[in-house]
Design a protein around this ligand. Sequence first.
Ligand code: FAD
Length: 408
Amino acid sequence: RYDVVIVGAGHAGAQAAIALRQAKFTGSIAVIGDEPDLPYERPPLSKDYLAGEKPFERLLIRPAAFWTERDVVMLLGQRVTAVDAEAHTVSIGADAIGYGHLIWAGGGSPRRLTCDGHHYSGVHSVRTRADVDAMMGELAATRQVVVIGGGYIGLEAAAVLTKLGKHVTVLEAQDRVLARVAGEPLSRFYEAEHRAHGVDVRLGVMVAAIEGEGERVTGVRLIDDEIVPADMVIVGIGIVPEVAALIAAGAEGGNGVNVDRHCRTSLPDVFAVGDCAFHANDFADGAPIRLESVQNANDQATCAAKMIVAGDTDEPQPYHAVPWFWSNQYDLKLQTVGLSIGYDQTVLRGDPAQRSFSLVYLRGGHVIALDCVNATRDYVQGRSLVLAGSSPDPARLADTNEVLKELV
Ligand code: FAD
């Protein structure tokens, strides 16, 4: 039995343990993770790690000694298959481990293709070190790559693989890339950038099947029967939250597991944090969402840890952190702050042709988010606009001679 059991040794799981010790929690802590490695950063998997520019050791969230020194027990390569909310235990196969509090930080698994041929070798997802190591092992023999899904991860992989000299095609079902997360000007900008780098960006196309020979992928068949040749296929079509054991134990949920403003699930003494936590976000006008970002993983984990340390004495602040995110493609550094969900107006600040600009999102006249491309100053100052819910004159927002922080 441990005072706190954390399931998932990813960003949120690691941060929960770190935050507990920072808050002087002296009880026993175990982190159970089904990957074999100590907690590591996932964002480089589609960026500098895939590019071969960063060794795995530099991805570790903390060195091995950190966990031993702080007496955090790492149970790695082990998967929790069941939770008994009444008995306060989690099961790893036939073994039961007791908990005082449980922090569920299971993240998500890559959504798989269901079409014919999805099982061919050479078809990859990008979620874990193992995924990317497998991909990298095949790169020398790869000339043509098809990326299914024009989201951030697919586009980042496309940028890296193009730089490595591969011929890359991106297949996107919607009529623009990044359709789920960004406004149209940003989508069009990234489409043009990828095309300028030689990527074949194809919009509004539907995949019918993966083609192969023997065990190995040879192409992707579209619904009009065209076959796009490929020696490698990368599938980047989102994740499915890893919450099955919690839901089976009776936790409320559907799209992940439902949590309240303090990251508590409907089960006693059970928190959920990170990619799998369906929560009402203050920066989405209180709408319940799941956020897939390092920021959200870290800040929710910290919130849960503070709740556990506070016990019944007092209730710490609810989760209220400005969302932020980044994406690197070629020499473009995108930084986003706030959430653009439900925007009814966008203002373009700067000229995309200069490869440095920001897209400002407003709802009812209030600034709710900014996507800043090679525009760190806007990103830093725009944060204050989002926090304050400012409603500046759009003409002044668009004027790059205006300093954003003065519009707060
Ligand atoms: P994860 O980090 O996925 O950790 C969950 C862990 O729990 C996993 O190791 C999983 O295997 C394990 N697990 C699940 N179920 C069980 C179980 N039953 N028993 C034991 N272990 C279990 N975010 C950004 O902010 N910026 C970026 O640029 C960015 N780039 C990204 C690039 C890639 C390629 C990927 C995959 C993600 C990226 N993200 C980025 C998203 C970010 O990495 C995630 O939001 C973050 O990892 C979420 O943390 P988490 O702890 O909730 O989940």
